[in-house]
Every structure is written in C-alpha cells, then in structure tokens.
Write a protein that binds this ligand. Structure first.
Ligand SMILES: Cc1ncc(COP(=O)(O)O)c(C=O)c1O
Length: 460
C-alpha cells in the first residue's frame, strides 16, 4: 500500500488574520500615482467616488496605513471558506524526484472556486453600507464574475456582468453559475453600450477583451444606472489589498510547517491573487531581512505584459474611460488571442507589481500554454486537484524550479500561490488532451505598434 504523508497545514478560524496589509505604506522608491486623464494630476478619493464604492476609493489612495481592519461582518463571511489550507506537495516532490520542498496555498475551496471572493465580498460589503443598488463589472474567464455575483447577492445588491465573448462561449457553465447567483451576464462586446456597439459594427465576431468589457461595465454604470458603482476584480490597489489575507494566513501556516520559502511562484493576470500572497512576504525583502527571497511572476507567452510590454501610462480599458495607470502594457487596444487561460489575458498589470519589478524585487517569466497544461495534468494526477488554467502557469514554473533543484542537488522551499480550481475549464483540458491546443507567442511588432496608440499624459 502506498504510504501517504499528510502535510496539511490547517489554520484554526480563531487564528485567521483580521487585518489586510497595505503595501503602499512600505513601498520603496517613488511609485508613479494613477493620474486623472483630464488634468494629469494624481487621482484622489473624491475623483474615484463616482466610480467605486466610497470606502474602496479611500483605500485605493491610502499610502499611509500599513494595516487596515477587516470589518467584523465581512470576517463572518470570510469564515465561511477561510482560512484556506496550505499543503505540502509530498506526492509531487516524489514524482519529480526532487529534494525541493513544495508547498501550495489553495484558494479553490471558496464557494466560487478561487481567491476572487476575498475582494468581491469586501467590495459588495462596502457598496451595501453606502446604500448602493448594484455593481457592474467585467469578467474574463468568469471566475471574477461568479465571485461578484455571489458577493453582491450576500449583501442584497444587483450585479451586471460583461463577460469577454470568447469565454462566454467557451465556458457556458460559468455564466450559468453567475445567473444562478442572480447576476445578469452578457457577452462583451454587447449591443447594450456605445463601446460594445462600436466594436460590433467594426468586427461582428470580435472575441472581446478585458479592456473592452471594462469599458462596457463602466459605461453601463455611468450612463444607465443610478446608484450603481463599478467593481474591478484585479489591478488596482484596494483589490490587491483585500487579497493580502491569503499571504498573512500563509505566513502563519509556513511557520507551523517550520519553513520559510526560498522561492514564491504565482500567476499574474492583473496581479491580484499573487500580490495577495507575495505582498506579506516581500516586506521581509524590502526591510532587508530576507534579501534572497525570489518572487517569480508567471504569465502566458500569448499575453506577456510584464515580459514584453512597455512601461508607460496607459488606460485600463479599451475606450479610455479609466484613470491613467503607469504599468507594463501591451496597449489598451490589445485583443488577445483566444487562449484558454481566460484570467490572464489583460493588456496591463497592477502598477504596484510593475513598480516592484522595475526595482528588481520581483522577476517575471512567460510560459507557453501546452507546457502549462502538461503541468496541470501532472499536478491533477499526483495531487488530485484540477487546477485552473491560470494557476497551471505557476505550477509549471514551480515544477521547473524543483527540477533545477534536482540537477543542482540542492533543496529549496518553493511556495505556489494556487489561485483556484478548473472545474469549469474542462473544455481547455479536453483541447489539451486531444492535442488541439497550440502555442502562440505574442509578436514584438504588435507591442511596437501599440506604442503609437499610448495616451498623451496631460501636463499637471
Ligand atoms: C483562478 C484565477 N487565478 C488567477 C487569475 C488572474 O487574475 P489575478 O492576476 O487578478 O489574480 C484569475 C482571473 O480571473 C483566476 O480566475
């Protein structure tokens, strides 16, 4: 009989962290602020008040409070799926015959299947406290949309979701989940907004993009619905802040395991799940306590914003409605190739992560999708978890690092930020298993072309 070692680090609910970590209070260097596209001045909480729930807008520009208390009512909701477990991947280590110790913190046990409810419920909570009627949003793969559909419902709000068309058709079950929670979900581009109609006229079969879906959600919120605000699932500071409960929990669990990671690996779409894991660790690197800690960000070769993008002020959406964000970008007009990691197809990246990358505190790699699914299949076979296409990216890179340990004969501790399951992504697994999945590397010329379309930053 096979001998199984347990390796589950279960944190008691009473030990769940009760504060989020605001990295902005510790951020080294001069991180460029988000700018108002009209005035060129740094965005203020007042500028954001018509866009986000008021408290979220305040958190967005907060550069002073290191710790922000999680409201008690929200903690009670968090406790319906938190703390999530940390696992030691003993069987994966054995399969790779590596001396590395591999851990993964698994967010797939939330009701919606990923890390996204950590901020979806927080944003819904603040919106309901403010007396708002509903939230409008975009979603790529549908993980974010389902999380917000659930969060808004918990707090009695309406929810409108613009889902990137290619995913809407590739993943009907995510749409059905959103509708079951009570959201109204339409494919983007849609005929419901000016941005959507303009695109449909130019390109009736347009597969959509997150940038376009963001424009549609913002337009819907501003033009059609009183007492609605817009809700974003990634990229901006307050969203990443809400995710830091993941890393704060994980620090306690790694301590239970008697380990400190040498290498952290996570996937980045807009950056929220991984920031939630690595921000609480990077403070040891910033303070000089752990200068050698490696933090690796993994992205698809087909949407390589950090590894190939330009570092410039750009819009977060296709139509130019958002503030200007200094980030690595493939250009806000980017329409991604129809790869299966739907959550990793955004043209930009969280400005905090970009800034930390500029400072040399985090690394980035890009990986092709067939190798990513090969790793996902291996992980499913040894650990039993069907990994979402997004975290398959960092599972792949973690395996590569573990194999390097074998070649070099050294043991390192590798921590995987596992952001969610892939139960609604079986079509992607089928495409891989039947040999239909192909690799695609985003061409450099396209990035150069996009450079010409970058917005002019008005003089402040
Ligand atoms: C499971 C999962 N992981 C990762 C991501 C990427 O987004 P982010 O970088 O904001 O975590 C998504 C996005 O939808 C997702 O669903």
């Amino acid at each position: 009989m096979a001998k199984f070692e347990r390796g589950i680090y279960f944190l008691d609910q009473k030990d769940m962290p009760t504060r989020w970590y605001n990295i902005m209070a510790d951020m080294p260097g001069d991180m460029p602020p988000m700018l108002h596209p009209g005035t060129g001045k740094p965005i203020t909480a007042d500028d954001l008040a018509p866009v986000f729930a008021e408290e979220c807008g305040k958190q967005e520009v907060n550069r002073t409070d290191r710790w922000i208390d999680i409201p008690e009512e929200l903690l009670a909701i968090y406790r319906t799926w938190r703390p999530t477990n940390l696992y030691r991947a003993h069987r994966l280590e054995k399969a790779l015959d590596t001396p590395a110790k591999i851990f993964y913190k698994y967010e797939g046990t939330s009701q919606a299947g990923s890390h996204k409810p950590n901020t979806a419920t927080a944003q819904s909570y603040y919106a309901s406290k403010q007396g708002l009627k509903g939230l409008a949003t975009e979603t790529g793969a549908g993980q974010w949309g389902s999380a917000l559909a659930m969060g808004t419902r918990f707090f009695g709000l309406e929810c409108k979701v613009f889902m990137v068309s290619i995913s809407y058709h590739q993943k009907p079950y995510r749409r059905i989940l959103m509708e079951t929670y009570g959201a109204n979900c339409v494919p983007s581009p849609s005929p419901e907004t000016k941005s959507g109609r303009a695109m449909l006229e130019k390109w009736p079969d347009c597969p959509g993009s997150l940038g376009l879906a963001i424009s549609e959600a913002m337009e819907y919120m501003m033009e059609h619905h009183e007492n609605y605000r817009y809700s974003l699932g990634s990229v901006v500071n307050h969203v990443l802040l809400h995710q830091t409960i993941v890393g704060e929990e994980c620090r306690k669990q790694m301590e239970m395991a008697g380990e400190y990671p040498d290498i952290l690996v996570g996937n980045i779409g807009g950056g929220s799940n991984y920031a939630g894991q690595f921000f609480p660790w990077i403070r040891d690197k910033i303070s000089g306590k752990k200068p050698n800690l490696r933090i690796i960000c993994c992205e698809p070769e087909s949407c390589p914003s950090v590894t190939k993008g330009m570092y410039a002020y750009d819009f977060g959406d296709l139509s130019g409605m958002t503030p200007l964000i200094k980030m690595y970008t493939l250009g806000h007009g980017f329409i991604p190739p129809p790869i299966h990691a739907g959550g990793l197809r955004y043209h930009g990246m969280a400005p905090t992560i970009c800034h930390l990358h500029r400072l040399g505190l985090v690394e980035a790699v890009s990986v092709p999708q067939t190798a990513v699914f090969e790793a996902g299949v291996k992980f499913a076979q040894v650990e039993g978890i069907l990994t979402g296409p997004e975290p398959c990216h960092n599972v792949k890179v973690a395996m590569d690092e573990a194999l390097k340990c074998r070649e070099e004969g050294v043991s390192k501790t590798i921590l995987i930020a596992h952001s969610g399951h892939g139960h609604f992504d079986l079509a992607a697994y089928e495409a891989y298993l039947s040999g239909k999945l192909v690799d695609y590397a985003y061409p450099e010329e396209e990035v150069r072309k996009a450079q010409a379309e970058l917005p002019k930053v008005p003089a402040a």
